[in-house]
Design a protein around this ligand. Structure first.
Ligand code: AMP
Ligand code: MG
Length: 436
């Protein structure tokens, strides 16, 4: 089997996980409290005009602009209108109404003048010190949205601003794309879990928790299946449990060592491996497979008790080295999970930065170097986080981003422009954004 590029491997995964938009099983109803970062599966329409009537944009006086041809002008104040009041008088020539921000504008007026431009003479007399154009500081009825108008299209990612719009149109519940159920399994006889007593001969299980956090960062709550020993029988039990989920992340054991049982075991469970080699560093070996459900023809598939009979399960065999596992998650798992959630922007945002030091690289595989970022007048600067071994998780813990060294590069020199994939936040883009 040949080595795939990161881009090709990612595309193959995205093609495998894509589902028809019309598949109703992809959709669920959630309350507004739980809708943040989900993706709308329906168009949302305005249920009324917003604002529902012409309202004042300022605290001040609702006036007839024609009355202010000669200033200063003295007007009679016929009414006080606060937000929530409905005016009951019509403003005639020479008159005005005291009005608060958000209060409905009374009939007869065509502008609002802010209080700073006026001087109150008595309770019902005000001096206006400047003239105004018609419509000044009035928010017109329907200016923000009109009844029946689509204000949020299906496919919109639900940001805090979108939550505000849902509340505005009184959508306490919305149809969103279902989140994939994700399980995480670590493998290895040498591993010691977080609650186990410290054994000097063991390796602490970092990957289950780093992967958990990467999944959580996408808004999904994963299930931790624990650690499977390097034993085909035990591994099979764990994998069977994991294959009941939509997505199973297996860390370690996917290489070609004699105790790397993940790939053969998973194949006996009916998972079709799509690839297990990607030309990247760190990140080799990285495997991806699909368990096709609803196929009666292949006996082995009956062995997996299905939670959701209609959908396939996807297995990512991530490298055991902690940095590799995290880097592969960013390149392959995060875009797949976001795609399954209905997002259209699947890849981490990339930026261009200036390299602060030399970087060695042997041509062959694209490399992801962990960097910190700083900014000056000329833009971003990228600095390596230090020793870049694939087992050195501190290089990742310190990183703001992953700098991409293209496969054919013979090394980069200080001052060169590089592409950095940002690791923080909720900012994603449409394309991979780097040259391999
Ligand atoms: P493997 O891919 O199973 O050959 O593992 C490669 C390296 O990653 C070995 O040094 C393992 O000890 C280490 N490793 C595997 N799984 C984990 C884990 N869950 N947490 C930390 N290190 C791990
Ligand atoms: Mg192992």
């Amino acid at each position: 089997m040949e080595y795939l590029t990161v881009r090709n491997a990612q595309q193959l995964i995205l093609d495998a996980v894509s589902m028809p938009a019309t598949d109703q099983k992809r959709v669920e109803n959630v309350s507004i409290e739980h809708a943040l970062w989900r993706v709308l599966a329906e168009d949302v329409r305005a249920n009324r005009d917003i604002p529902p009537y012409d309202v004042s944009a300022m605290d001040g006086y609702a006036v007839r602009s024609a009355d202010l041809a000669n200033i200063p002008a003295t007007l009679e104040v016929i009414e006080d209108i606060r937000a929530g009041d409905m005016p009951d008088k019509i403003v005639q020539a020479g008159q005005c109404a005291r009005i608060m921000t958000g209060a409905p504008v009374p009939d007869g007026v065509d502008a609002v003048i802010r209080v700073e431009e006026t001087a109150e003479l008595t309770e019902n007399k005000v001096q206006i010190n400047c003239s105004v154009k018609p419509a000044n500081d009035i928010r017109a009825r329907g200016e923000s949205m009109l009844t029946g108008e689509v204000v949020l299209a299906a496919g919109t990612e639900i940001t805090p601003g979108v939550i505000g719009i849902l509340a505005t149109v009184k959508c306490a519940h919305v149809q969103v794309y279902r989140q994939p159920r994700v399980a995480i399994l670590s493998t290895g006889d040498e591993l010691e879990d977080i609650d186990d007593p410290v054994d000097p001969n063991k390796i602490p299980n970092a990957n289950s928790y780093a992967l958990m956090a990467q999944v959580q960062a996408l808004g999904i709550k994963p299930a931790l299946l624990g650690i499977a020993r390097d034993d085909p029988v035990e591994l099979e039990e764990y994998l069977q449990r994991g294959l009941k989920f939509d997505v199973l992340l297996v860390s370690g054991g996917t290489s070609v060592g004699v105790h790397d049982y993940v790939r053969p075991t998973i194949e006996t469970l009916g998972v079709q491996m799509k690839f297990w080699r990607v030309a990247m560093k760190p990140g080799h070996p990285m495997a991806f497979g699909v368990l096709q459900r609803n196929k009666d023809t292949q006996g082995s598939e009956h062995r997996i008790k299905q939670q959701n009979a209609s959908s396939n399960a996807f297995v990512f065999g991530l490298p055991g080295n902690p940095v590799s596992s995290m880097v592969c998650f960013e390149q392959f798992v995060a875009p797949a999970l976001r795609g399954m959630m209905g997002c259209t922007r699947l890849n981490r945002r990339t930026i261009t930065a200036r390299l602060t030091g030399n970087v060695k690289h042997r041509a062959g595989r694209a490399e992801f170097i962990r960097v910190t970022l700083s900014k000056d007048e000329e833009g971003y600067q990228a600095t390596s986080t230090g020793a870049q071994g694939s087992g050195m998780l501190l290089s990742m813990a310190k990183a703001d981003g992953l700098m991409v060294v293209p496969a054919n590069s013979d090394g980069l020199a200080a001052g060169e422009q590089v592409t950095v994939q940002l690791l923080d936040g909720t900012d994603f883009q449409n394309d991979v954004g780097f040259q391999e």
